[in-house]
Design a protein around this ligand. Structure first.
Ligand code: NDP
Ligand code: GDR
Length: 373
């Protein structure tokens, strides 16, 4: 049997990189779309990259952009994919308030461009399509926990754009009989998570503070509640959704939620730092009450290492998200394998190891600057 061929948009992102690894292990030929950037942007897939001179490559990158119809059509024509995973997006909710039009172009219109390209090329009966939908669709939640039938109430330009993408995927399934489906994924994280999403911002800052590279972590709404899972568990489900007899939409979540504050407390504890939170609203702070210097040599009892900065508040907030993944469990036998505690420990360990290296370089006189949002 010939190899299955997959095309991943957003292959350089967190999920794209895990999904590419997963599909390569399953014997797929994997094509990915990467954006042109002034610096290398393939760090997350460099370990599976195959140089141009390698013959019989099974991981191939194409330059492209979800805003460019002719480019997407040409790539799909060339690749003739059995499966398309549309993971590419301007995926930052807060940034979408600053760039609403661009977010709509990429996240909403980009999805339409891909579906139309598949149809235009006559591939609608061959190519299966996965759309990266999101728990942000539930926004101002209408039901707890949220499941496939819960009404949507998007609360950001990102979520509104993703709502268009959700429905256009359903529409192409119903109108043209395409195998197209939505994974409504709740937040999922990993050591590869972008540095400006809250979990990674926290684990990275705690590690940098532990090694004296940053003085304090500034956050927005610490009351926000999220259902956090591990990206590795979630990309497995993306693939499973395209292997069924008929296309359906699924909620992917853990069914448990914690607050941003609890995630801070958990991360600090793993890095040997005990915290006490005091004050309210914009005056809330976290003070160190105990420290294990073998993990956090630069931190002392009494240090204030977390503060609130209202610049990180959003014009409209999603306060609470909690998913009900029963359908995925019943129909596909999917269950998350990695707990939020284990995921947090993996993220903190990875960031502590990087911070330790930076601190060592700094100690020996090398100029080490650490980007902070
Ligand atoms: P990332 O932000 O890590 O990755 C996004 C990817 O999209 C990157 O490869 C990025 O390229 C690419 N991209 C951005 N703009 C464009 C564009 N104009 N054209 C082509 N590619 C573009 O996101 P995640 O991996 O975390 O998420 C994957 C998908 O799942 C996204 O669609 C996201 O909205 C959605 N999602 C994510 C959830 C999560 O918790 N992680 C939950 C629910 C949905 P570059 O590397 O160059 O920036
Ligand atoms: P989210 O993730 O908006 O849920 O979208 P993010 O990690 O950005 O925020 C989660 C919650 O934390 C609060 N928060 C902060 N967030 C950030 N980024 N920075 C801060 O300093 C900060 N302080 C508090 C936020 O207000 C929010 O309530 C992610 C993305 O991956 C989307 O693409 C995806 O669709 C959804 O998850 C599901």
């Amino acid at each position: 049997m010939s190899k299955k061929v997959a095309l991943i948009t957003g292959v350089t992102g967190q999920d794209g990189s895990y999904l590419a690894e997963f599909l390569l292990e399953k014997g797929y030929e994997v094509h990915g779309i990467k954006r042109r950037a002034s610096l290398f942007n393939t760090q997350r897939v460099d370990h599976i990259y195959q140089a141009p001179y390698v013959s019989n490559k099974n991981f191939i990158l194409h330059y492209g952009d979800l805003t460019d119809t002719s480019n997407l059509t040409r790539i799909i024509q060339q690749v003739q994919p059995d499966e398309v995973y549309n993971l590419g997006a301007q995926s930052h909710v807060a940034v979408s308030f600053e760039s609403p039009e661009y977010t709509a172009d990429v996240d909403a219109m980009g999805t339409l461009r891909l579906l139309e390209a598949i149809r235009f090329l006559g591939l609608e009966k061959k190519t299966r399509f996965y759309q990266a939908s999101t728990s942000e669709l539930y926004g101002l939640v209408q039901e707890i926990p949220q499941k496939e039938t819960t009404p949507f109430y998007p609360r950001s330009p990102y979520a509104v754009a993703k709502m268009y993408a959700y429905w256009i995927t359903v529409n192409y399934r119903e109108a043209y009989g395409m195998y197209a489906c939505n994974g409504i994924l709740f937040n999922h994280e990993s050591p590869r998570r972008g540095e400006t999403f809250v979990t990674r911002k926290i684990t990275r800052a705690i590690a940098n503070i532990a090694h004296g590279l940053e003085p304090c972590l500034f956050l927005g709404n610490m009351d926000a509640l999220r259902d956090w899972g591990h990206a590795k568990d979630y990309v497995r489900m993306q693939w499973m959704m395209l292997q069924q007899d008929k296309p359906e939409d699924f909620v992917i979540a853990t069914g448990k939620q914690i607050s941003v504050r609890e995630f801070v407390r958990m991360s600090a504890k793993i890095a040997g730092i005990s915290l006490e939170f005091s004050g309210e609203g914009v005056n809330e702070i976290a003070t160190v009450t105990a420290v294990d210097h073998s993990y956090a040599p630069a931190v002392n009892v009494g240090d204030v290492i977390v503060k609130v900065d209202p610049r990180y508040f959003r014009p409209a907030e999603v306060e609470t998200l909690l998913g009900d993944p029963s359908k995925a469990k019943q129909k596909l036998g999917w269950e998350p394998e990695i707990t939020v505690e284990d995921m947090c420990a993996e993220m903190v360990a990875a960031d502590l190891s990087k911070a330790k290296q930076h601190a060592l370089l700094k100690k020996h006189g090398y100029d080490v600057s650490v980007s902070v949002e």
